[in-house]
Design a protein. Structure first.
Ligand code: URA
Length: 433
């Protein structure tokens, strides 16, 4: 086989075989095929797409290039959830304990944030002494004992994807449904869960800006998962404004704890209940949606879901007192409120810009190796559809020294206030299964 022939084949829109995909990915991982040839191939794929078969084979090639978590020694149903990422997305911190408190095993590997999107691992590190790096043995024991663990990647998951993604990033070939679906699913399948719920974010703060494109991505990922023998459901959810109120690290964990105490912001609370109940339906813990929602609400009201989070923090050496005493979280030197100088209704909040403001304050990374400040962030009190009076506090920043003025200006510019009434955003946009 010659690489150039396969590049030409893909350029002509023809389908690559399993053996050809193996030859390309294996050769690339082993440094036998140079970046420039794979770049050309990726561009041909970005333009002509990948067939379903090609997506399956590419996913398995990338999956098999690295380690896979073996959860077979853990009894019970093992589930996982994955979000394609957004602003203020602290869902795992609520949904994982909720579902675990219903008896489903949640063995979850999470990631760090980059750019305007936050990462669950960074958020967890706002809890003093919390360990995100467990050994495989500790990880499995914890899931066996208390049904939940949220950790950083153990071993090397899908190194082929890592190498390809880095190349896609600098060759304008990230945006391709087939490549994105294979990339995400290669990592999800490595986590060893039998049931996977995908939260595909849609909107200006998400990777997928358009509902139809997001549907195509969801459909592709569900098909790949089913091909691998997994039960996969994708929920398409709103990211046309930040999720909940808090965008940052400490402040998002506090919001997640409040949600488990029954005091969550409306949109975030609704999303968590929907995701958790979908997981209960998928895993057949509940037979109907109504039953699932009732059980989830019960676990919030009776405090069992919050106890599950407390248990997880304790097992991972964190200071569990944070649940009752928020002063133990890193906190910012100043809180500065931003008031509205007009009256009307919030028509739009530029989500990317809110994420960027939080990042400028230090809550996120513009480069992979940047240090982050766990204490800082943004709170958006007024959401799309809300009435705003002159002088109302629309947002506040939690800041240390960095970029205070530019963050305030960025937030002000992100708000668009209309004189007309505006409908609230719907949080669940579609479900693909
Ligand atoms: N996230 C991933 O993991 N892979 C992609 O290709 C895009 C987003």
């Amino acid at each position: 086989m010659r690489v150039v022939d396969l590049i030409i084949k893909k350029k002509l829109g023809q389908e690559l075989t399993k053996e050809e995909i193996h030859f390309l990915i294996d050769g690339y991982v082993k440094d036998e095929i140079p970046d420039y040839q794979i770049s050309a191939l990726l561009m041909a794929i970005a333009i002509n797409g990948l067939t379903e078969q090609e997506q399956f084979f590419l996913t398995f090639e990338m999956l098999n290039s690295g380690d896979q978590i073996d959860l077979s020694s853990v009894e019970g149903i093992k589930a996982d959830k994955h979000s394609t990422g957004g602003v203020g997305d602290k869902t795992t911190l609520v949904v994982a304990p909720l579902v675990a408190s219903c008896g489903v095993k949640m063995a979850k590997m999470s990631g760090r944030g980059l750019g305007h999107t936050g990462g669950t691992l960074d958020k967890l590190e706002a809890i003093p002494n919390f360990r995100i790096a467990l050994t495989d043995k500790e990880f499995l024991n914890q899931v066996r004992d208390i049904s939940i663990a949220v950790v950083g990647q153990t071993g090397e998951i899908a190194p082929a994807d890592k190498k390809l993604y880095a190349l896609r990033d600098v060759t304008g070939t990230v945006e391709s449904i087939g490549l994105i679906a294979s990339s995400i699913m290669s990592k999800k399948l490595a986590s060893g869960a039998s049931h996977i719920l995908l939260d595909v974010k849609v909107g200006d703060g998400a990777f997928m800006k358009d509902l139809n494109e997001a549907r195509k991505l969801a459909d592709a990922m569900v098909k790949i998962g089913n091909f691998a023998g997994k039960k996969v459901v994708a929920m398409l959810t709103d990211m046309d404004q930040p999720l909940g109120i808090a965008v940052g690290n400490s402040i998002e964990v506090i919001e997640a704890i409040e949600t488990l105490k029954g005091n969550g912001p409306e949109d975030f609370n609704t999303l968590c209940i929907e995701l958790a109940s979908e997981l209960l339906l998928m895993t057949e813990v509940s037979n109907t949606k109504e039953e699932a929602v009732k059980l989830v609400k019960e676990k919030i009201n009776n405090g069992e879901a919050l106890d599950k989070l407390r248990q997880m923090i304790r097992y991972q050496s964190g200071d569990e007192r944070v649940i009752d005493d928020y002063s133990l979280f890193p906190s910012a030197k100043s809180i500065i409120t931003i008031q509205s100088d007009v009256e009307g209704y919030v028509e739009k909040i530029n989500t990317l810009e809110i994420g960027r403001a939080a990042m400028l304050l230090g809550a996120g990374r513009s480069n992979k190796d940047d240090e982050i400040d766990l204490a800082v962030g943004v709170k958006v009190f007024k959401k799309v559809g809300d009435k705003v009076n002159l002088g109302d506090v629309i947002a506040e920043i939690h800041a240390n020294e960095k970029n205070i003025d530019v963050a305030i200006e960025t937030i002000k510019a992100a708000y668009k206030i209309s004189s007309q009434e505006v409908r609230k955003n719907q949080i669940i946009l579609d479900i693909v299964s």
